[in-house]
Design a protein. Structure first.
Length: 209
């Protein structure tokens, strides 16, 4: 449950600021900035498909660890485009890998939740999983927004809509204050995956003598 909240919260909070960063810092149109995230839909689906293959079932925990590392790397790489020398398409590539990692993690958490839950606890635990997802989204997005505003990000948001002048392209640290902490949260999620263990029957149980 904790892993699901950490994964979803860190990724969604960071993703919310990607289009604004590309518009205000690199001059992309809102359409192009949004399209930079489009490939992530396909790679997310690919990650979900991969974790469901029978051959990878014994390695599910390792796949989740890999997935969280990909999420952390994607979120940490995104603000590199604040440097003019870094190609703007770097975000699209990084986000494709991050979405692949999310596909591995999100689907696996749902599967493992049911495997680790007693039959009479499945409904309660499923509800708790969704609450963890939504609550961490709200909390981490609020934290990111507060850090963004504290470093002048609000002025950039107004500049992007044409309601203020002289702020366009300023305060790149406001974006770094969002992405880098979220990358750290994703790394915490990678550690959490090492605490996940699938419930397996004890020796001799269910075996015929």
């Amino acid at each position: 449950m904790l892993l699901r909240g950490v994964a979803a919260g860190s990724f969604v909070a960071a993703e919310s600021f990607v289009p604004l960063m590309l518009v205000t810092q690199r001059g992309l149109s809102p359409t192009l900035a949004g399209l930079s995230l489009a490939a992530g839909g396909a790679t997310w689906a690919l990650g979900s498909w991969l974790q469901a293959r029978p051959g990878v079932e014994p390695y599910r925990e390792r796949l989740m660890f890999l997935g969280m590392l990909l999420v952390a790397a994607a979120v940490a790489t995104a603000p590199s485009v604040l440097l003019p020398a870094v190609p703007v398409w770097t975000v699209a590539v990084a986000w494709a890998f991050g979405c692949f990692g999310m596909g591995l993690v999100v689907a696996s958490t749902s599967v493992l939740l049911l495997q680790l839950s007693a039959p009479h606890e499945a409904g309660t635990n499923s509800a708790a999983l969704q609450i963890s997802d939504a609550l961490c989204n709200v909390l981490l997005l609020a934290f990111g927004g507060a850090a963004f505003a504290a470093l002048g990000g609000g002025a950039m948001a107004h500049a992007a809509t044409g309601t203020a002048s002289g702020a366009h392209g300023s305060h790149p640290a406001a974006f770094a204050a969002v992405f880098l902490p979220m990358a750290a949260v994703a790394l915490v999620g990678a550690w959490v995956t090492t605490r996940v263990r699938e419930r397996r029957p004890a020796a001799g149980i269910g075996q015929k003598g």
